[in-house]
Design a protein around this ligand. Structure first.
Ligand code: 48F
Length: 256
């Protein structure tokens, strides 16, 4: 009889490798499992698009978990309530804002994205993009185990080929940064986010969410870093609306 230890190993490796084979080519790669990335993932998967989210950490939610200065609540505006309803997230009215429990938001964004068919993989850092010329466009990402990056070992990455890549990495806009630095022909410049102006910050993030160059899209706080628009602190309606808006834009582009 096969010992349990060998069964454990075999089962995990076989099932993981089968999925990784399927993930070598997808419709959409989302980088970052924060609020904008998870929201985009759910709506893209709902459209039947093969969607994978790579998250550097071993957790969901990005900046949601810290609430407001570690107080475990965040707020949203009325315009984002229909998204909270889609994710079954509870909220309480507080004047003209709505208050949401940070842990509930993290858990339910991830849970619905997964239920819709998006694949979320933790412990993976995206550290480069794939590009093609004539016409110039982004065609996927280079990925590495976060643990390998932390170890400082020189290990070559693997690749995931895709029709669209989403930078949902938050304040650092890491994917746009690496593309701007390593592919000068993209003429991509990042100006860095502005100081706080919550109302304007929310408005601009939503307005400027979208395609950056062919194959490369941006949602969430990375939008502010790209376009030098203000930060807004722990009000998250803009992140959710940005994710949903981007899913609509990508779905339309990929169905052309
Ligand atoms: O920072 P994050 O929550 O991004 P977001 O969706 O939301 C921003 C808000 O949390 C908050 C705010 C709004 O009110 O100001 O900051 O724009 O989530 C980004 C996620 O991306 C992961 C990171 O660990 C986090 O969970 N991430 C960042 N860079 C990489 C990455 C990378 N290169 N590869 C993989 N994951």
């Amino acid at each position: 009889m096969e010992p349990l230890e060998s069964k454990i190993t075999k089962t995990i490796v076989e099932h993981t490798l089968k999925e990784w084979t399927e993930l070598s080519q997808v419709d959409v790669v989302i980088v970052g499992a924060g609020p904008s990335g998870l929201t985009a993932a759910k709506y893209l998967a709902d459209e039947g698009l093969k969607t994978v989210v790579f998250e550097r950490r071993l957790s969901f939610g990005g900046g949601i978990g810290g609430g407001g200065m570690l107080f475990h609540k965040i707020v949203v505006e009325e315009q984002s309530l229909s998204i909270l309803d889609d994710f079954n997230v509870n909220y309480k009215k507080a004047d003209d804002l709505y208050v949401v429990d940070a842990a509930e938001l993290m858990a339910k964004l991830a849970s619905k994205a997964i239920d819709s068919g998006a694949k979320i993989i933790h412990g993976i850092t995206v550290d480069d993009v794939i590009y093609r010329e004539d016409p110039l466009r982004i065609r996927g990402v280079a990925i590495q185990w976060t643990a390998v990056i932390m170890s400082g070992l020189h290990v070559d990455p693997l690749f995931v080929y895709s029709k669209a890549v989403v930078d949902a990495t938050g304040h650092d806009a890491e994917i746009l940064s690496v593309a701007a630095r390593k592919i000068p022909e993209l003429n991509l410049a990042l100006y860095g986010e502005k100081s706080a102006h919550a109302e304007l910050g929310e408005k601009h993030v939503i307005e400027k969410t979208g395609k950056v160059v062919e194959g490369l899209y941006v949602a969430g706080m990375a939008v502010a870093t790209l376009h030098s628009t203000p930060r807004m602190g722990p009000i998250f309606g803009g992140m959710l609306i940005s994710g949903k808006k981007l899913a609509e834009i990508i779905s339309k582009d990929l169905k052309k």
